[in-house]
Design a protein around this ligand. Structure first.
Ligand SMILES: [Zn+2]
Ligand SMILES: [Zn+2]
Length: 130
């Protein structure tokens, strides 16, 4: 009985709180995602342009379709997970910007997915094309 009395004594404003908490809950992940995208799209090291160029000299064609235009150097383990592998050539693979980067590198979802088997998948696709 004491409990129900207490509940009725609450000021009406109190139910604004859960709504705020809910809003924060929904806003936080999108903010986090945006930060992750920022890191994924803009590697921080000043050496990245040079490492990228050197990688493209070694691997000048899309690993999946063989195209030599509009290439991206993709991080197999994403930058936001392992920033220490940003400049590690073993973590890089050349993919054309469209569609192989999205298909093989990110399994159709740039924001959330990366494909640890991108090299194997690209190689398999390539032998099918040949
Ligand atoms: Zn390609
Ligand atoms: Zn990528």
């Amino acid at each position: 009985m004491r409990l129900s009395t207490r509940r009725s004594e609450r000021p009406p404003l109190s139910d604004a709180r859960p709504r705020q908490a809910l809003a924060a809950f929904y806003m936080f992940p999108s903010w986090l995602r945006r930060a992750a995208d920022l890191f994924a799209g803009k590697p921080r090291s000043g050496s990245w342009p040079r490492v990228r160029r050197e990688h493209l000299n070694r691997e000048p064609a899309c690993a999946a379709c063989g195209r030599r235009k509009d290439l991206e150097v993709h991080h197999i383990v994403p930058f936001h997970e392992r920033p220490d592998l940003e400049l590690d050539d073993g973590n890089l693979v050349t993919l054309c910007a469209d569609p192989c980067h999205l298909v093989f590198g990110h399994l159709l979802d740039y924001r959330r997915r990366s494909n640890p088997l991108v090299r194997e998948d690209a190689a398999r696709y390539r032998t099918r094309l040949a």
